[in-house]
Design a protein. Structure first.
Length: 372
């Protein structure tokens, strides 16, 4: 049969969920192969032995495929974003496992393999996709990468520099949010939402004020520099983190901007309780403990005050240590989605975000609360 729709490469995570991932990977490949016989596309499996091995295979064998499908949680989104970002090759997502926050933001099916594959096939056949922004993290002098799947330090003898050069689709977590993600990664609780909620409650009892010096290039206006001593600092492209927590409800996927969010003072118990109660809706940034700015670029280094920040994380994977520079990449990742998702995302506009800002009592231009 003529392959008028080219070749689909699949990358899974066979070691996830005590080996259950391998069975799901096989199911996805079988479903795609059946669909390929009907609609005219081939299927190849590029799953490697690790995150880095799979990413390397996706990059070095890029001429063998026209679409890439990743199977798993947000960590697989990180892999897909770094494999096909800026290439124009579309990424399909079968969201299985914990987190799935990027897929949730795009209203893609979660833990429904057959529905997800059906949507991917339909998008391939119809040419249905959206182009979304990404964040690009690179190390500044002194910044150093870690192993993406474990957070382990990279051997300094074999790799004396180990520079960071990573793309992400969801969020770069730099403080409390990174600690929560790390704790959830090591949790034995059965569901992603329970893992993250439990991690939130534990980490809230261990709050630290981390020290950051930031140099921010805002959407409008001049470059600003300031010290931020805070428990939480996030550079967001998408809305959700931690299995559905809307840390960045004002984010748009394709506006060429990132959202900088931080806690502006050490919260007391009532303020923590209010934030937790709003975490799974779109009202979190209505809490006055949070500050918010739209930005195009940010340099994050260590401030003289505050505790040492934890290892940075993005899309559920470990990134490395400060200092880093983060840049918004406008519509750099093409994602296969059904036409209904394309229409739904197109309906979410700057006007909707401005209405949310006013509802929360913020100035749409500065992000400051109206009474500040």
């Amino acid at each position: 049969m003529t392959q008028q729709h080219g070749t689909v490469a699949v990358i899974g995570n066979p070691t996830s969920d005590k080996g259950r991932g391998a069975k799901i990977d096989a199911q996805v490949i079988e479903l795609l192969e059946r669909a390929g016989e009907v609609h005219g596309f081939g299927v190849i499996d590029l799953t490697g032995t690790s995150f880095d091995d799979s990413l390397n295979r996706a990059r070095t064998e890029a001429d063998r495929y026209d679409h890439l499908v990743v199977v798993g949680g947000d960590g697989m989104i990180a892999l897909g974003a770094n494999a096909v970002g800026n290439s124009g090759k579309p990424l399909g997502i079968v969201a299985i496992g914990s987190g799935n926050d990027f897929a949730r933001g795009l209203r893609l099916p979660i833990d429904r393999v057959e529905v997800a594959v059906e949507g991917i096939v339909g998008a391939i056949v119809r040419g249905s996709h959206i182009d979304v922004d990404m964040g690009h993290v690179v190390s500044l002098p002194g910044g150093r990468a870690v192993e993406p799947s474990t957070g382990a330090e990279i051997d300094a003898v074999e790799h004396p520099e180990a520079p960071i050069d990573r793309y992400y689709a969801g969020m770069l977590s730099c403080g409390l949010d990174a600690s929560i993600n790390d704790r959830a990664n090591h949790s034995r609780l059965p569901s992603g939402t329970l893992r993250y909620l439990s991690a939130v409650l534990v980490e809230l009892t261990r709050l630290k004020s981390y020290g950051y010096h930031v140099r921010v290039t805002p959407v409008d206006g001049e470059v600003e520099e300031m010290d931020i001593v805070t428990p939480l600092l996030t550079v967001a492209n998408s809305r959700h983190i931690g299995g559905g927590i809307q840390v960045s409800p004002y984010s748009l996927f394709a506006d060429g901007q990132l959202d900088l969010i931080w806690i502006n003072h050490m919260p007391n118990l009532p303020e923590c309780a209010q934030a937790v109660s709003r975490a799974y809706g779109d009202r979190l940034l209505g809490c006055r403990i949070f500050s918010w700015r739209r930005i195009r670029e940010i340099e994050i280094t260590r401030a003289s005050e505050g505790a040492d920040p934890p290892v940075l994380m993005a899309d559920g994977e470990y990134v490395g240590h400060l200092p880093v520079k983060v840049t918004a990449c406008d519509r750099a990742l093409r994602v296969l989605v059904p036409p209904a998702v394309v229409a739904a995302e197109a309906r979410r506009t700057d006007r909707d975000v401005e209405a949310m800002l006013r509802r929360d009592g913020r100035d749409p231009l500065t992000g400051a609360f109206a009474r500040d």
